[in-house]
Design a protein around this ligand. Structure first.
Ligand code: ATP
Ligand code: MG
Length: 269
């Protein structure tokens, strides 16, 4: 089982979209995939059709990832089978995360420990953790739990350095004295909304940062930059409650996610 976290330092950078679409591509390859939503906005849960309020969840007996992490639900209470992909829902109460996780030194390992339990008791090939935009203990838990990272970034006129900051943040945790993060960066998912020449500058910068990461962290594998096109179909995927990679497999945008999935599968051998 591999735990993947698509991450960055900023909100609205297509974390959830890329998570669901890549999960969809891997599921299409007959891999058993679980997506865990640890965001207070329940973005991933809703993307996959689980738009439930707390009352409805209670009625259906569906636990959330927060209830799981706080020992108030079992894994089997929380897993919702959505066809090709299984989901554990997010929870509005993550907004008050510090109230639930008072002992940060211990609690930061909760999600990592949960991954060990899931690996022992279930037969998932891939587990995706989708954190929200907050730089809080929940995000820390996600980064500590992950085996692999994909940095997602939307390069725009306003900010061309988000991916570089995210790589630095991962490096800092990897190099901390207690080696908090064991996961490795496997690729960059880039959506750009700027002109071609500015994008080339930004790409050059990013390549430099990737080279620095590889050298400092002794990484030998490639870290490809995947260009994710802007696509209406991806925006609309949320309305039909399944990944675009499962509904429109041959679209250009889906083919990029399949390329990433191919590389993930190659990494297994
Ligand atoms: N390839 C794409 N084409 C078109 N729109 C996209 C694409 N990827 C993401 N988006 C849109 O960008 C917006 C932000 O995406 P998303 O919710 O996935 O970001 P996020 O990083 O998960 O946000 P948050 O930090 O709030 O969790 C959404 O409206 C989404 O539909
Ligand atoms: Mg999100």
């Amino acid at each position: 089982m591999k735990t993947i976290c698509i991450t960055t330092t900023k909100g609205g950078s297509a974390k959830t979209t890329n998570t669901v679409e890549l999960a969809g591509a891997l599921a299409t390859y007959n891999k058993k995939v679980l997506c865990i939503d640890v965001d207070q906005t329940l973005g991933l849960s809703q993307y996959l059709g689980l738009r439930m309020d707390p009352q409805q969840r209670k009625e259906y007996g569906i636990g959330t990832s927060l209830e799981l992490l706080t020992g108030n639900a079992s894994i089997s209470d929380c897993i919702v089978e959505m066809g090709a992909i299984d989901v554990i829902c997010g929870d509005e109460r993550y907004e008050k995360a510090p109230n639930f996780f008072l002992d940060e030194d211990e609690d930061k390992y909760l999600l990592k420990n949960l991954m060990k339990q899931i690996e022992n008791d279930y037969d998932y090939d891939y587990v995706f953790i989708d954190h929200g935009p907050q730089n809080d203990i929940i995000k820390k838990m996600a980064l500590i739990a992950a085996d692999e990272f994909y940095i997602t970034t939307m390069i725009s006129d306003i900010d061309r350095n988000e991916a570089k900051r995210a790589i630095d943040a991962i490096m800092k945790l990897q190099n901390s004295t207690d080696k908090l993060v064991h996961g490795d960066i496997k690729g960059i998912l880039l959506s750009a909304t700027i002109g071609k020449s500015l994008k080339e500058f930004a790409l050059e910068d990013l390549e430099e940062k990737i080279a620095e990461y590889k050298e400092k962290q002794n990484v030998n594998h490639d870290i490809p930059i995947y260009n994710i096109p802007q696509s209406m179909a991806v925006k609309e995927a949320q309305t039909y409650k399944m990944p675009n990679t499962m509904k429109h497999k041959s679209q250009t945008v889906s083919r990029v996610y399949y390329e990433i999935a191919d590389n993930i599968l190659k990494g297994e051998n």
